[in-house]
Design a protein around this ligand. Sequence first.
Ligand code: 4NP
Length: 173
Amino acid sequence: MTHLHQPIRVLFVCLGNICRSPLAAGVFRKLVDEAGLSAHFEIDSAGTGPWHVGEPADRRMQHTARQHGVDLSSHVARQLSQEDLARYDYILVMDRENLEDVLRMDREGRFRDKVQLFRTFDPEPGNGEVPDPYYGGARGFEEVYQIVARTARRLLEHLVATHRLREIAGLSR
Ligand code: 4NP
């Protein structure tokens, strides 16, 4: 497939970049791969905080992801940078604290339109936030998986429609 367009750059953001955003990136990447659309996307994740930089994804998150066929073993946590704000087209944050922190980095509001709560795309958005599972029990991780899986599916549908990816890829509907 000839690739004539810039990829759509999607960045998932949470606090530590060891639980929620690595999962969201892993789940979304799997959906994109399965749809045969990987050439059209650049997908990554980052955390607003510095504490876990260089660490792998949380073992409990990796375990839950693996139960659902999502491999997070190559993830290395990193902190969100100014360059990310410029580079990515969609900056999808897990909760309102992340939203505030990202918008604070965007002093002039140049990137405001790129930043939104990930659960904006959830058909059952609840309070709009993906709960932080870090200090909770194992059920929290499964709950996060279910939210992320459902929301990532809708996000991909939205981006395919918005960017006319089916037509570009020559895929049938
Ligand atoms: P995440 O979860 O933001 O989903 O990666 C957290 C991981 C670590 C911490 C908080 C949340 N922490 O405070 O260390």
